[in-house]
Ligand binder design. Structure first.
Ligand SMILES: [Cu+2]
Length: 387
């Protein structure tokens, strides 16, 4: 599976307006024009996304049976133009109702792809829905299933139901030599009692999810094409943590990440880091200056996660040998490093939010609350309103 930009977008069959008009024209012709035809103008559809079962070969001995978009995992890269309206037809060829959420876009709730906000589900067994919206703001966004998985670790974001959605600005200086898209994901989740496996969790901790495999895009280390680079290149990595539950920490030995955007939005202070932290759903656009020729492993800092497959080979031109990994410098993650310097205005109001994990006991499920309540029970935010 290609990791390069653009290579996946070629796989999307855009169903253009012209094709529809051509079809309509042919129908009109066969009727001979003798009857006033009832013009059933089909909506203009720019893309069709089909939700269906798919097999993902992470490695020859690791084939995952899951669900995906248009037969590929991640789904096709959607490159949309800023402020240009598009229509996306979603077809659901699975046996449960599903829905696609456009993560990070400012769009009306009927087309946002969140059922609790009022977007309709796409019915199972071949149902379809056309979502029309104008994408904004620009940047690295993504799309994913917004179905509720509950305790089923094969559904929604546990499955291969995610893809990049990039809103391109009308003008882009593009100060990089190549662009690489990497979506991290964890596979084959199962519920376990952590306290039975290692020390640490309290004895009455509920079940937690553990995974058997992880990947960048659809491959584990060494089973896909390496990212091929040349000395002196500036490579733009668009990184997405599409794992359902896991935080990830990424490094490329001997190289540093210049963070330009977080969650698709330009950071006020672009900052260079050795290790990049991404929580589920987070994204970062980073530039890496390729100035350490060799064959390297870019991947999870945590050994177990990296060995489970969350890594990829970075290969300089004319370099051979086993891919090298080395421990990155110790680093902490601090969002304020990318923020605006200077003093922060006093807040207009203060609303304390208390997040709690309620232990489920061995074999039970943990719960989480904000101010003592769990969704969909609403809580009243009490605090100091504006002065
Ligand atoms: Cu989301």
């Amino acid at each position: 599976m290609p990791t390069r930009a653009g290579s996946q977008s070629a796989m999307i069959p855009p169903l253009g307006r012209r094709q529809f008009l051509a079809g309509a024209g042919a129908t009109g012709l066969s009727l001979g024009g003798a009857f006033p035809t009832v013009a059933q103008t089909p909506p203009k559809v720019d893309y069709t996304i089909r939700i269906a079962p798919v097999s993902v070969e992470l490695a020859p001995d690791k084939v995952i049976k899951t669900y995906g978009y248009n037969g590929v995992v991640p789904g096709p890269v959607l490159r949309l133009k800023e402020r240009q309206q598009i229509s996306i037809n979603i077809v659901n060829d699975t046996d449960i109702d599903d829905i696609i959420h456009w993560h990070g876009l400012f769009v009306p709730s009927e087309v946002d792809g969140a059922m609790e906000e009022g977007s309709p589900m796409v019915p199972a067994h071949g149902g379809s829905k056309v979502y029309t919206f104008t994408p904004k703001p620009t940047g690295t966004r993504w799309y994913h299933s917004h179905d509720t998985a509950g305790t089923d670790l094969t559904r929604s974001t546990y499955a291969g139901l995610y893809g990049f959605l990039i809103v391109e600005p009308t003008s882009d200086p593009g100060r990089y030599d190549q662009e690489v898209l990497l979506a991290a994901h964890h596979w084959e989740g199962r519920w376990v009692s952590m306290q039975d496996m290692r020390k640490g969790p309290p004895p009455d901790n509920g079940l937690e999810v553990m995974y058997a495999a992880a990947s960048f895009n659809d491959k584990t280390l060494g089973h896909g094409e390496p990212v091929r680079v040349r000395e002196g290149e500036r490579v733009l990595f668009r990184l997405l943590n599409a794992s359902a539950t896991e935080n990830i920490k990424l490094a490329l030995p001997g190289h540093r990440f210049m963070v330009l955007t977080l969650d698709g939005n330009p950071v006020p202070t672009p900052t260079t880091v050795d290790v990049l932290y991404l929580a589920p759903a987070e994204r970062a656009d980073v530039i890496v200056e390729m100035n350490r020729p060799g064959v390297w492993i870019m991947g999870e800092v945590d050994d177990d996660n990296r060995k489970m497959g969350l890594s990829i080979v970075i290969e300089y031109a004319n370099q051979r040998g086993e891919p090298q990994w080395s421990e990155p410098p110790k680093a902490t993650w601090d969002y304020t490093a990318f923020g605006r310097q200077g003093t922060v205005r006093e807040p207009d109001g203060v609303f304390p939010l208390t997040f709690e994990k309620i232990l489920g006991g061995r074999g039970g499920y943990n719960r989480w609350t904000i101010n003592g309540k769990s969704w969909p029970t609403l809580f009243t935010c009490t605090g100091t309103p504006s002065k």
